[in-house]
Design a protein around this ligand. Structure first.
Ligand code: ADP
Ligand code: MG
Length: 698
């Protein structure tokens, strides 16, 4: 049997394969493109394409595709085979440099938010050589960016690459000021922890809500949920274990560093965390991971639910985005250094993040906004919709000392030492963890915890990189002009702490009193829904920052706002339609059938024995009949709300109506249905219950 290290990356055209298969000159040239972003020559592209094709064909591939990430949030691919006819009637397998570099998928069916006139259906995909090509099934997949012919980004990768570029540029300016002349690039890295649910396919198939919307729209609370805390880190069931093993194998073959797996808080909920990697690769890998999870689940008779809130009253699923920045020489810029001078540099980068998170709370919030994630943020299981930062006691004390010009006393484990400059030496704080903070410093990285489980991590990282690059740009502008670097540095750190102290909160983020404090005393933003936050993408300060850094054009921003809002509206409308359908055609008839059977039973009994009271039947019939009436009334109300939403003039108005009319009407309909579920005999109920779904996997 082969070991993991034998087959790890076996389906990836990675550095090992490139080195082995490419002529030395071609390899060196491609390496330069990957490492330094230099342009690629067509002769190099031809040689790479030839080697890639030969390798792919040897590994069973027949087709190739430009693999990209349109704004739908999932990935897209159109397969072309390598075959080219020969005069003698046979075929040869061909793949040119041109085909590698650029593709022209028919783009008309991907959302563009008005960026591409419908008559101009073409868009093009462009090879991203920094993310390795790989084989999926029988297809060679080439990671690409996707643009309109006008050059507008129609995908998530393009702005992500742009954001990485500006972050690198601005961070290097700072590093030069600290005397670092050797770093060539600064790279942002991410390790996304992916949560998901596994249920049996058999149960899934019986629930239209799960099939059409990815979440249950009805369902009474099961007798046992997560209250015993017996699932988190608990023994993994054999069916789940088999799934995980198979999944790991598939991911490892694709060079994905799947590392940690465990049960999560809710029954049937699990987590997979990879080892972190460069942001755009982590993004590609996370998209692939989500896709492969669903494929592997299907092979095991299971369904992997990536929705943020598949079950009401049970913890939802998120995706913690562990983020850090490091030089190409491997120095983590968010790691407190050994010397006071390194500490000063660390504190400056730390301040850049603090300033970024405070200045652009709105962008971070909207980068994770979807209809699904709205159910999670603010429930007592995920960070609230209010953004704040957790730094830990030690760092907090350091910042306080700087802000107040006081010597830093610190805690026991702290070494107090005022060094060559005014900044203290301190050790990194690794023990202090706060699970309720949306944005926590965890020793040498930040953990952004608001992402939903199904979100592409691209959006959050674009905004994070952009906002931090903007802080660094402002710092570098000032420091480059300073007469006395150390004094200017100290003043700037001090000013950042003073100006942005409000964003730092080390207490319990789930507490209602915090939301009050955050919004009333600190003036922090609390955008509870997608409809609330998404329009702010076009706020003047945001447009100014994102366009001046060259990450988005204003047109691209407008299109993205529209697409995200459309997505929100469509998602909820589909849910509402599904509810109407389920309530009318399945739930009401089921309750009615049970009620009339009971009523009939009572009549039959009374014929036999006229003095019988039949209390059980009478009371139940009354209760259920009232519920059927209520279900009918609320279904009608939901339908009227759907009609009203349809009349909205524009997408902003529609999204507000979804929030104010449709979602409340959906909640109203759910209540009597869930009440009826617990009163109706199980054999009459048309759907598997929460207990069936959550405890079904063996
Ligand atoms: P947790 O306690 O939240 O599970 P872990 O230490 O297990 O945290 O790490 C979670 C994720 O953070 C992993 O994907 C890991 O690779 C990633 N990670 C660790 N160090 C860094 C770093 N410097 N930059 C980005 N991600 C990192
Ligand atoms: Mg975590």
């Amino acid at each position: 049997m082969s070991t993991v290290s034998d087959y790890f990356g076996s389906l990836v055209f990675d550095d090992r394969v490139m080195r082995a298969k490419l002529p030395a000159k071609v390899y060196a040239s491609l390496r330069k493109t990957i490492d330094e972003g230099s342009e690629i020559d067509i002769s190099v592209a031809n040689a790479v394409a030839e080697a890639m094709k030969n390798w792919a064909v040897e590994n069973g591939a027949t087709h190739f595709t430009h693999w990209f990430q349109p704004l739908t949030g999932i990935t897209a691919e159109k397969h072309d085979s390598f075959i080219t006819p020969s005069p003698d009637g046979s075929v040869i397998m061909e793949f040119s440099g041109k085909e590698l570099i650029k593709g022209e998928p028919d783009a008309s069916s991907f959302p563009s938010g008005g960026l591409r006139a419908t008559f101009e259906a073409r868009g093009y995909t462009a090879w991203d050589p920094t993310s390795y090509a790989f084989i999926k099934g029988k297809t060679l997949c080439i990671p690409t960016a996707f643009c309109s012919y006008g050059g507008h980004a129609l995908d998530k990768k393009t702005p992500l690459l742009r954001s990485m570029e500006v972050l690198s540029k601005e961070a290097l300016r700072i590093l030069r000021l600290f005397g670092n002349g050797s770093a060539k690039r600064v790279v942002s890295s991410v390790g996304p922890e992916q949560e998901y649910f596994l249920i049996t396919r058999e149960m899934y198939e019986k629930r239209p809500d799960l099939r059409f919307t990815g979440r249950t729209l009805f369902g009474a609370k099961p007798p046992k949920g997560q209250e015993l805390d017996d699932h988190y880190f608990g023994v993994i069931k054999p069916g789940v274990q088999a799934f995980m093993e198979d999944l790991n194998d598939e991911l490892w073959k694709l060079g994905i560093l799947a590392k940690t797996e465990h049960n999560e808080v809710a029954p049937a909920q699990h987590e997979l965390a990879p080892i972190y990697s460069t942001t755009n690769i982590a993004t590609d890998h996370n998209q692939l991971t989500m896709e492969i999870m669903q494929k592997v689940a299907a092979r095991h008779g299971l369904v992997c639910l990536l929705h943020e809130k598949p079950f009401a009253g049970v913890n939802g699923s998120g995706k913690h985005n562990n983020w850090s920045i490091a030089t190409d020489k491997g120095q983590n810029l968010l790691s407190p250094g050994e010397t006071p001078y390194e500490n000063a540099q660390f504190l400056l980068f730390l301040c850049a993040v603090i300033k970024a998170v405070d200045d652009y709370q709105d962008l971070l919030r909207l980068s994770v906004a979807t209809a699904g994630n709205d159910h999670r943020l603010g429930a007592n299981e995920a960070p609230p919709a209010v953004i704040s930062m957790f730094l830990g006691d030690e760092l907090n004390a350091v910042l306080e000392a700087i802000e107040n010009d006081k010597p830093y006393a610190g805690t026991k484990k702290t070494q107090m030492k005022l060094g060559v400059d005014v900044l203290p030496k301190f050790n990194r704080d690794t023990t202090d963890r706060n699970r309720t903070s949306p944005f926590a410093f965890t020793g040498n990285k930040f953990e952004f915890r608001m992402l939903g489980s199904s979100n592409s991590i691209a959006c959050a990282n674009i905004m994070l990189n952009a906002a931090v690059a903007e802080s660094l740009r402002i710092y570098a502008d000032r420091l480059e002009k300073a007469e006395d670097f150390e004094t200017a540095l100290h003043e700037m750190i001090k000013k950042t702490i003073k100006d942005h102290r409000r964003i730092i909160f080390n207490g319990n983020g789930y507490d209602d009193s915090w939301i009050k404090e955050a919004t009333e005393n600190r003036g922090l933003l609390n955008y509870r829904t997608t409809a609330d936050c998404m329009p702010h993408l076009l706020d003047e300060k945001n447009v100014k920052m994102l366009t001046s850094l060259g990450i988005f054009t204003e047109d691209e921003l407008r299109s993205r706002r529209d697409i995200m809002l459309e997505n929100y509206c469509k998602t909820v409308v589909i849910e509402a339609n599904t509810m109407v359908d389920m309530a009318r055609t399945e739930i009401a008839p089921a309750v009615e059938a049970y009620t009339s059977d009971i009523a009939e039973a009572a009549s039959a009994k009374k014929v036999l024995s006229p003095t019988l009271k039949c209390r059980y039947e009478t009371e139940l019939t009354e209760k259920l009949s009232a519920l059927i009436d209520e279900i009918t009334e609320k279904t009608d109300a939901l339908e009227s709300a759907l009609v009203k939403v349809h009349e909205a003039e524009d997408i902003i108005e529609e999204s507000a109506m979804i929030r104010d009319l449709l979602l409340p009407a959906m909640n109203e309909l759910r209540l009597p249905c869930d009440k009826a579920e617990v009163l109706t005999a199980k054999k009459y109920w048309p759907f598997p219950t929460y207990a069936d779904l959550l405890f079904g996997v063996k």
